[in-house]
Design a protein around this ligand. Structure first.
Ligand SMILES: [Mn+2]
Length: 301
């Protein structure tokens, strides 16, 4: 496995005036807490920390939109190079905006499906909010942008016609707000995206969830990417995220699901996003993430 450290917070909104989201620190804190010792990657690439601006920019309604494009073009090159070398890319964010570059890189070797594991569908786009009212946070839009909804700045990528991934090749697992009266993006339910929300997930259990995922993957047999936003874990265990919530999916279920998916030869990479060390003073969340990834990637140890 090739570890990619992507310390970006460009896709998040400031939580209060003057706040700079802390998830850019995640790769370093996870490394200091033993991530590489546990995973034993064959090699590591480190991206720079980009400079964050909370302000609106010219020519885009996306906060840090231009910088996010640059960052993801660089990430895409790295992912493509890792694939060309025959290794498995594991990208540690950073916020969910890194999904775009990861998919753009993976697409260089052909079409991909996406398993989007996240407590939120991240499906904000101009069809369900008014972009002129505030600069948009890309970390809440990654699935919309990946399926081609939103500004061309982040939906169109070099050498790729159409969206990074079509709706019917996406499986979203873990949305917790789909029954809320103020659900931010109800149109995701009418899209072609396959979805099992957290409530249905609880009633199904991990084996049945895997069966549903494999049903989708079995149709196309494309290679597939796993996006794992740690906010899918309940906030009692994973408070160190931008948008914590309850309920969540049991870490042991997630470990089981991801272990099975990663062991599939068609699995072509994984992003792990949104851990914020500034909200994790005792590092218990860092330990949980490292243990979970350790079990997924070194299941026999
Ligand atoms: Mn997310």
């Amino acid at each position: 496995m090739h570890l990619i450290l992507a310390p970006t917070n460009l896709g998040l909104r400031p939580l209060r005036a003057g706040h700079i989201p802390g998830c850019w620190r995640a790769p370093q804190v996870l490394m200091d807490s033993g991530l590489a010792d546990r995973l034993q990657p064959e090699s590591i690439t480190r991206l720079e920390v980009p400079s964050y601006s909370p302000d609106a920019e010219p020519d885009t309604h996306l906060r840090n939109g231009h910088a996010i494009r640059e960052y993801n073009l660089e990430l895409a090159d790295i992912v493509a190079a890792v694939h060309a070398s025959g290794a498995f890319p594991l990208a540690i964010g950073g916020d969910c905006s890194i999904l775009l570059g990861a998919l753009a890189g993976a697409r260089r070797q052909g079409l991909v499906s996406l398993i989007h594991i996240d407590g939120h569908s991240d499906f904000r786009h101009p069809g369900n909010y008014d972009p002129s009212t505030m600069p948009g946070a890309v970390a809440g839009m990654d699935l919309a942008l990946a399926t081609g909804r939103g500004e061309k700045l982040l939906t169109e990528w070099p050498g790729i016609n159409g969206p990074l991934v079509p709706d019917n090749e996406v499986f979203q697992l873990g949305e917790r707000e789909s029954h809320d009266a103020d659900f931010a993006w109800p149109d995701v339910l009418q899209s072609g995206i396959h979805q099992i929300d957290v409530f249905t997930a609880h009633s199904l259990g991990p084996e049945n969830i895997l069966q549903h995922i494999h049903q989708m993957l079995g149709q196309s047999r494309y290679r597939f990417w796993i996006h794992f936003d740690v906010d899918v874990i309940d906030q009692s265990l994973m408070p160190a995220v931008d948008s914590p919530g309850s309920p969540g999916i049991d870490p042991q279920w997630l470990e089981h699901i991801c272990t099975r998916l990663v062991s599939d030869p068609l699995c072509c990479g994984m992003t792990v996003t949104v851990y914020d060390p500034e909200l994790d003073p005792d590092l218990s969340c860092a330990k949980l993430i490292i243990e979970l990834l350790g079990a997924v990637f070194r299941p026999t140890s």
